[in-house]
Write a protein that binds this ligand. Structure first.
Ligand code: RFL
Ligand code: PHB
Length: 392
């Protein structure tokens, strides 16, 4: 078997890359270790920046997003029991975000890929990467007890944090940076109308809360929980009780409860691998970096990485230029570290940390107060939240 670009992983990074390459006339095959249903069953991100929406439009996969996505012009910050609205659009010269779930983005990309007749090999086990330091890389895998091999010009490692691509790079060629936070997010999805029209990020005495949504009838809530906590400890009733307690009377009165469709705990982590290119292997998305979800940047960074990569590969095939490929890593890292900084900052601003003397808690309250009282403070948050331009 032969293709121009072998893509490892059918998450949003791999699927969007495949679609963008297809629109440029570049052949690609995706290898995914799980089934399509498993990939679609994962409940993850919910907020798309304009840059991600534009890339989905460019790849011809925005019909449902344009029809059903909820355009949000603001968010609320809540602390010391008070709500404060940040008018993102007004602070950023009209930029907005779109609330549309990662599950739906994935579903739309899978459908477009099937409609275009492009090959995705699901349930591919023991994927291994070979010879990416030369000009003729290969990928091998097994399926139903049979060995397979794919020859290609390039390999795109879009296989997430635990994937095989980053692990295939010699340790001496890669540097990693990591920060682990002392808490996780317990997420719950339910078919109930959201508590408010916009997302509420709340710093409360009992820990962080995020009130988010997938549609006018589907809500997504998150609670800060200790890392040692287990999802089995949380009945639906316990979740709703704790959520209302943290949010206080006014918002709690707007919370509509109902049975959960999904509950899970995700640890919070910041991680970056450098560089993102090793000969003819490129890393993109969670394979290269992780952000804590507080800034809503994980999925958006995955999209901008593959935006850069698809352009670099188009330059290679259409213009015979290696400039894009050469600059891919540095171009992505400039954006990645901005998003890492913002996500770390939002996490530090909004969560409760155990500490003895309360100094950091006072600094945190003071910073929150600055953000909502100073236009400069609010603008710094807003321009990062809606997403910096690709060429920033
Ligand atoms: P993904 O989505 O992890 O997809 C990688 C794909 O690669 C496959 N794979 C392999 N395939 C072949 N061979 C192997 N050896 C393979 N190893 C893995 C996997 O099965 C999978 O299908 O990475 P991608 O495409 O880079 O997309 C990144 C986003 O998914 C991610 O950044 C966000 O979802 C992060 N994230 C969140 N981001 C937000 O902005 N807001 C959120 O609320 C939010 N919640 C989350 C999240 C990530 C989570 N993880 C990773 C556990 C909640 C969770 C639980
Ligand atoms: C979500 O809806 O899942 C979501 C929204 C905003 C975030 C994180 C998660 O910052």
């Amino acid at each position: 078997m032969r293709t121009q670009v072998a893509i490892i992983g059918a998450g949003p990074a791999g699927l969007l890359l495949g679609q963008l390459l297809h629109t440029y006339g570049i052949d690609n095959i995706i290898l995914e270790q799980r089934s399509a249903d498993y990939v679609l069953g994962r409940i993850r991100a919910g907020v798309l920046e304009q840059v991600s929406v534009d890339l989905l439009r460019e790849s011809g996969v925005s019909q449902r997003l344009d029809a059903e996505g909820l355009v949000h012009e603001g968010i609320e910050l809540m602390f010391s029991g008070q709500r404060h609205r940040l008018n993102l659009a007004e602070l950023t010269g009209g930029r907005k975000v779109v609330v549309y779930g990662q599950t739906e983005v994935t579903r739309d990309l899978m459908q477009a890929r099937a409609d275009a007749g492009l090959t995705t090999i699901y349930d591919a086990s023991n994927v291994t990467l070979h010879d990416f330091d030369g000009t003729a890389p290969r990928v091998r895998w097994s399926q139903n007890g049979q060995q397979h091999e794919l020859a290609c010009d390039f390999i795109a490692g879009c296989d997430g944090f635990h994937g095989v691509s980053r692990a295939s790079v010699p340790a001496s060629a890669i540097q990693t940076f990591e920060k682990i936070y002392p808490f996780g997010w317990l997420g719950m999805l339910a078919d109930v109308p959201p508590a408010a029209h916009e997302l509420i990020y709340a710093n409360t005495e009992r820990g962080f809360v995020l009130c988010s949504m997938r549609s006018e009838t589907r809500s997504r809530y998150y609670l800060q929980v200790p890392l040692s906590d287990k999802v089995e400890n949380w009945s639906d009733a316990a979740f709703w009780d704790e959520l209302k307690r943290r949010l206080g009377e006014e918002v709690a009165a707007q919370v509509v409860t109902g049975p959960s469709l999904e509950k899970s705990i995700a640890p919070l982590r910041s991680f970056v691998a450098e560089p993102l290119r090793f000969g003819r292997l490129f890393l993109a998305g969670d394979a290269a970096h992780i952000v804590p979800p507080t800034g809503a940047k994980g999925l958006n960074l995955a999209a901008s990485d593959v935006g850069f990569l698809s352009r670099a590969l188009r330059e290679f095939y259409q213009e015979r230029s290696e400039a894009g490929i050469t600059h891919y890593s540095a171009q992505c890292l400039r954006r990645i570290w901005k998003a890492e900084r913002f996500s770390w900052w939002m996490t530090s601003l909004l969560h409760r940390f155990d500490e003895a003397d309360g100094f950091n808690a006072r600094i945190q309250q003071s910073e929150l107060d600055y953000v909502v009282r100073s236009r400069a403070g609010a603008t710094a948050l807003a321009e990062n939240y809606v997403g910096l331009p690709m060429d920033f």
